[in-house]
Design a protein around this ligand. Structure first.
Ligand code: KIV
Ligand code: ZN
Length: 385
């Protein structure tokens, strides 16, 4: 099976989440956990952006042993120099140079013509290549860029020495058919692409970041960029854990593997959630609190008979201890009797009948029934007998 590389930008794009600000110590802690998770490349920061970012990239470069450490740079020599300085101790350093190529960015943000953009790419990728073996180029806002111009920009970067081409869906505008098609188009038309890594970088504005990343893989991308939990600017980035687990669970379909140690997923998410202050929505795929919880009677009965009836991912696969069957008004007798047994009450059918009725009455009034509620039901029943 071919391998997909995982590029984590939790500490760069992820830190662009409004309200998130990690200090260097926290960034090092996260980086070490990402290394345990099996991340291939970590984007440790944007060294020119602040002294704090520079120091964090430098500190991570010192401690990373297996991961490539990347630093972000605009098409400016001072950015490339600063990234070079920060990455001095990295065992496997990489620079990530970007410049926008869409009309709206060139006209209003950069105030540059297409020709000027191409010249800037050539000059700065060449300059970066004098200092780094691994040079990544990203045409920012690639998915809103005129296709022919995107091709020219990417070819210019490759000719100037880029070894990795990343195609950002900067504003989460694309969809799987279109984004996959863009990779197909570029791969069919780029010259001398043999040793080039093609990377996907998606945002979730239309809720398609994971689907778009998977479409990129289906069309030739061999690296995926994203963050843990999908944190990031606006609606966030591709959630890497979703791509990793999708590739694993549907390996029959994708036929790819990765270095991701899936059992480290929950621990990684917990650390990042705690340090970022961003809580994981309960219904979030893979890492949400409800991802392995079953409440309806029909589902609970199925899961008690065989978890595969309603679980495609075993919680243990991603480091979650166990699934759960929270009791509520939709729960059935099977889950109720099982729960009572766990609490130490092995009920006969006759004993269970009135208790189950009283449980249902209570559940109609309360969102969730706690263990204490259940014990109180038994105590009450005994008192009344
Ligand atoms: O979304 C984006 O375009 C980026 C680039 C810097 C790659 O984050
Ligand atoms: Zn981004």
């Amino acid at each position: 099976m071919r391998k997909i590389q995982f590029f984590d930008t939790t500490l760069r794009d992820g830190e662009q989440t409004p309200g998130v600000n990690f200090n260097t110590k926290e960034k090092v802690q996260i980086a070490l956990q990402l290394e345990k998770l099996g991340i291939d490349i970590i984007e440790a920061g944007f060294p020119i952006a602040s002294v704090g970012d520079f120091e964090a990239v430098r500190a991570i470069a010192k401690v990373a042993t297996t991961m490539t450490v990347a630093g972000l740079a605009r098409c400016q020599k001072k950015d490339i120099d600063r990234a070079y300085e920060a990455l001095q101790s990295a065992k496997f350093p990489q620079i990530h140079v970007f410049l926008a190529t869409s009309d709206v960015h060139m006209q209003y943000k950069l105030k540059m013509t297409e020709r000027e953009v191409l010249l800037a790419i050539k000059e700065h990728v060449r300059y970066a290549k004098e200092k780094f073996t691994q040079v990544q180029f990203s045409p920012e806002d690639a998915t809103r860029t005129r296709r022919e111009f995107l091709l020219q920009a990417v070819q210019t970067a490759i000719d100037a020495g880029a070894t990795i081409i990343n195609i950002p869906d900067t504003v989460g505008y694309s969809n799987p058919t279109e984004y996959g098609g863009l990779f197909k188009f570029l791969l069919a038309n780029i010259q001398s692409k043999e040793d080039i890594i093609f990377s996907s970088h998606c945002h979730d504005d239309l809720g398609m970041a994971t689907a778009n990343a998977l479409a990129a893989i289906e069309n030739g991308a061999n690296r995926i960029e994203g963050t843990i939990g999908g944190i990031g600017e606006r609606a966030g980035n591709t959630a890497l854990e979703e791509v990793a687990v999708a590739l694993h669970i549907r390996r029959d379909f994708y036929q790819y593997e990765s270095n991701i140690q899936l059992h480290e997923t929950k621990r990684t998410s917990d650390i990042i959630s705690r340090l970022s202050g961003i809580s994981v929505p309960r219904n979030k795929a893979i890492i949400g609190g409800n991802a392995y919880a079953h409440e309806s009677g029909i589902h609970q009965d199925g899961v008690l008979k065989n978890p595969e009836t309603y679980e495609i991912i075993t919680p243990q696969l991603v480091g979650v201890k166990t699934n759960s069957l929270p009791l509520g008004k939709l729960s059935g007798r099977h889950a109720f009797v099982t729960k009572m047994k766990e609490l130490g009450y092995d009920l006969s059918e006759k004993e269970a009948e009135p208790l189950f009725k009283r449980f249902k009455n209570l559940a109609d009034k309360k969102k969730q029934i706690s263990d204490d509620d259940l014990v109180a039901l038994v105590v009450d029943q005994v008192r009344q007998a």
